[in-house]
Design a protein around this ligand. Structure first.
Ligand code: SAM
Length: 275
């Protein structure tokens, strides 16, 4: 890992090495709602560019691509070699490209104060120990210039409950046990080989995502539910090709994005914080 310690949990590495289509996740089905909402929330908060942006846990470059297309200088870091290969292939096909380097959120191969924006869309839910998440947040703070922005995604504590109900897994006692533990302490474990049940992860209560960022010294500017309930409703996917219907779906998420009593309904939570 560029001379640094490889520290990725084996279950997480195996999950992503088997999952060759991680790059497709946000361009299919309800993943499109996540993609469009993350894109609009990030653009809403980005200051005028061009900016130096670090995409930590950027996988195959789904967000790095459009950010580079917007004119920003984007560097992607991910600990999974397959993701770096995929990201470099993606980058090679773009007019406005980005770079990709192997690395871990807890030990970023990046200079102090050298970037204006850090995206952390993955590490905070795959680092299951609070000390590791705090280390990753301290690293984000270290590499950000003063006043720089962190965009951090967490998965909601309630995700397995709603996912299980929407997709039928909750009727399987084995998955129900996993979902029950998630509700108690957020520690998601999938000892089966079913990829749809996800990998080793930690699912945040919305308040906890905010308090971890504050504890790391960030000033939290906003905390959003990304998709709202639209992230769970499978029939919604049929409406996404119609521009008017798509706008209705996105507006349904916007309408409750900051409502504290509903944030946790959303599959993903997005915090925006400044250094
Ligand atoms: C579900 S994918 C999300 C990819 C992309 N950022 C997105 O928003 O679609 C989670 C990503 O987090 C990465 N990841 C897991 N643990 C990490 C760590 N300790 N440091 C950096 N990235 C990590 C994984 O390799 C994977 O690419």
């Amino acid at each position: 890992m560029d001379g640094r310690r490889p520290m990725l949990d084996e279950n997480i590495r195996a999950y992503y090495e088997r999952r060759v289509a991680e790059g497709q996740r946000l361009v299919q089905g309800l993943g499109r709602v996540e993609f469009l909402r993350v894109q609009e929330l990030v653009r809403r908060h980005l200051p005028d560019g061009p900016l130096r942006i670090l995409d930590v846990g950027g996988a195959a470059g789904i967000h790095a691509s459009w950010l580079a297309g917007d004119g920003h200088a984007v560097r992607l870091v991910d600990p999974v070699p397959l993701h770096i290969e995929q990201a470099r292939r993606t980058a090679a096909g773009l007019d406005r490209s980005f770079t990709a380097t192997l690395g871990d959120a807890r030990d970023l191969p990046v200079d102090d104060g050298s970037v204006a924006v850090v995206l952390m869309f993955g590490p905070l839910y795959h680092l299951v120990d609070e000390t590791d998440r705090m280390r990753a947040l301290a690293e984000a703070r270290r590499v950000l210039a003063p006043g720089g922005l962190l965009f951090a995604i967490g998965i909601s504590r309630f995700a397995s409950l709603f996912d299980g109900l929407a997709n039928g897994m909750l009727f399987d006692p084995e998955f129900r046990r996993i979902a029950q533990r998630d509700l108690v302490d957020g520690q998601h474990r999938n000892p089966t080989d079913r990829p749809g049940w996800f990998a080793t992860a930690f699912f945040h209560h919305p308040d906890q995502l905010e308090s971890e960022l504050t504890g790391a010294g960030f000033d939290v500017r906003a905390l959003y539910g990304v998709q709202g309930v639209a992230g769970w409703l499978l029939p919604v996917a049929e409406h996404l090709d119609d521009p008017a219907d798509l706008e209705v779906v996105l507006e349904s998420a916007r309408a409750v994005e900051s409502e504290p009593s509903l944030r946790g309904v959303s599959p993903h939570l997005l915090a925006v914080a400044s250094r």
